[in-house]
Design a protein around this ligand. Sequence first.
Ligand SMILES: [Cu+2]
Length: 202
Amino acid sequence: MLAGAVILTAFAAAPHAGAATVTVQVLDAAGAPVPNAVVYAEPTGGQAVPKSIRQAEVEQKDIRFFPLVSVVQVGTPILFPNHDKVRHHVYSFSPAKTFELKLYSGVPTSPVLFDKAGTVVLGCNIHDQMVAYVQVVNTPYFGKTGMDGRVRLDGLVGGKYALKAWYFKMAPNEAAVEQPLNYQGADMTASVTLSVKAVPVE
Ligand SMILES: [Cu+2]
């Protein structure tokens, strides 16, 4: 029966056994949870990590970028579809990726390659209020915190890492907050405190 085949497929797609999680809590200077913070674990012990590059998107809708904050691995192509009726002119002057997509509507034919680690601030030449951030990281282990300021990093291989947290309200050239993480293959938790004040998620 077809129904049986569907069920078997679902089982086959289940996560493999033994995968463990690093749960990271990000707090601000007042001890409040920080939503929308970028958290990533960069290997520092020479361990081989998989590359898991997938194309990402930052769309424009209602004269805003969405999402406000993205995190991608170095080498990720990002597409900038415009879902507004007006044209946008997307650009960045950031050293990690300087580019511009001149006045356009609809979906650009090609994505932009983000090939260098760092913070990329996006703007629009036409609409000064439009801003978004892309944190480009040297690792496949990354995520963004939810409303509770927590994020789960899955699938790490054992070894030493620099656990980093970055928040878009940090000063423009401020480096991510960093602490060592020694991952030995079991579930674990970590906490990172930022010196900034958390703002509500939009
Ligand atoms: Cu615009």
